[in-house]
Design a protein around this ligand. Structure first.
Ligand code: NI
Length: 177
């Protein structure tokens, strides 16, 4: 168990396509997920993708119980999602503010699909399949983007809606990433 260093935007490893996990329920996989959980908890994140700690595998974790960084957000189930596939339901998009542990101290307004289906596996190889909406759907899209080398600033349509959290939301304690 260890808190790992999170790569920051500019590190070329964040731009790579991640590779599928081939073996489930291994000691290595459980150790990796344990480190990712520790790292996400230490930094108070809503999600973390393996490439963010320099591991180029298609593995993300996410979940929000009651996060001060996302005071208006609905709870999102604590999830391990491996080799994910996102399935479009319709074309409806919604703008929402996002931050990222790889882009500390900043926020941007990002359009995402309002609802979608996602499918993948947990660490034991059991199928995970859900329909998600709103903040839950946003978190899944943000994390899965990390697996194809996409960081949220690349999705911002109006770069005037991108800046330092302290300047965008003065007086609100949203943490520093
Ligand atoms: Ni991120």
């Amino acid at each position: 168990m260890a808190v790992r260093e999170v790569l920051r935007m500019g590190d070329p490893r964040l731009l790579e396509q991640a590779q599928p996990v081939e073996k489930f329920n291994t000691r290595e996989l459980h150790a990796l997920i344990s480190d990712m959980r520790d790292t996400m908890a230490a930094l108070d994140g809503a999600g973390l993708a393996a490439p963010q700690i320099g591991v180029g595998l298609q593995l993300v974790i996410f979940g929000v119980d009651d996060n001060p960084r996302y005071p208006d957000a609905d709870a999102v189930p604590q999830t391990v999602l491996i080799n994910p596939e996102l399935i479009r339901i319709d074309d409806e998009m919604e703008d929402g503010w996002e931050g990222c542990l790889s882009v500390p101290g900043m926020r941007g307004l990002v359009p995402r699909f309002l609802r979608l289906r996602y499918r993948g596996f947990d660490e034991f190889g059991k199928v995970v399949e859900r329909t998600a909406e709103g903040f839950h759907a946003r978190v899944v899209q943000h994390e899965c983007d990390h697996l194809i080398g996409v960081l949220y600033p690349m999705r911002i349509r109006d770069m005037r809606q991108f800046g330092f959290t302290e300047e965008l939301f003065p007086g609100e304690d949203l943490g520093d990433d």
